[in-house]
Design a protein around this ligand. Sequence first.
Ligand code: 9D3
Length: 246
Amino acid sequence: MKFDIVTIFPRMIRGGLEEGVVARAADRGLLDVAVHDLRDFTTDRHRTVDDMPYGGGPGMVMKPEPLVRALASIRDSRGVPSTVVVLSPQGKPFTQADAVRLSALPHVALLCGRYEGIDERLRELVDVEEISIGDYVLSGGELAALVVIDAVGRLVPGVVGDAESVVAESFSRGLLDYPHYTRPAVFEGLAVPDVLVSGHHAEVQRWRKRQALVRTFERRPELLAGAALDDEERQWLEDLQKTHRG
Ligand code: 9D3
């Protein structure tokens, strides 16, 4: 799978791609990631990528011409992207379903917004998908692009090993993960739950299933509506709701 990222901070993107599962996948040729400096697509002496907003107001706006030229260059050198993603606070919230959908595409281009935003006419000239990674204020789209590349890239076949893909399935069940423990058996006076050292595999599985449900109930109750619960989990949930109501 190919990614092309357009940014005024190429080192920020390259730095974020230097380590981890995506970096190793790029080394192995499973992912092909190219980073483009937006200023390389300017035509003026000062390599200007922003300008004042028409109508007045604070901050600056990204000029459309360098972005359109960057996309033309990507098309010429790397092929026509399946989709162009704009990272912006006005985008649709990014979900695991979006990651799955994008991971099936051969080529995704990502445009990182900066300043107050991008000249609106870009969206009329180019078919773009606008994505936000959540309701908090970032300084620009670069970290958001790294988030999208990580979430999408790891779904490309072969990028993560088997053990990790099993964990990915547990998210698709719609519940939070159960608590994890490793050695030492006692740390700062705190022991690992007995059941985990009991050797009763079935009991361990049931405990984890219950913990995942309790955690989801306590921390992310809104996920329970969309979760695929079995009979035992539905019974536990009823009991939790009764206890919760008192
Ligand atoms: C008027 C208020 N603005 C500045 C404080 C709006 C604003 C403009 C540009 C807020 C943030 C940004 C830069 N953010 C992104 O480009 C961005 C983003 C984000 O801020 N949150 C979540 N996802 C994303 S994706 C791109």
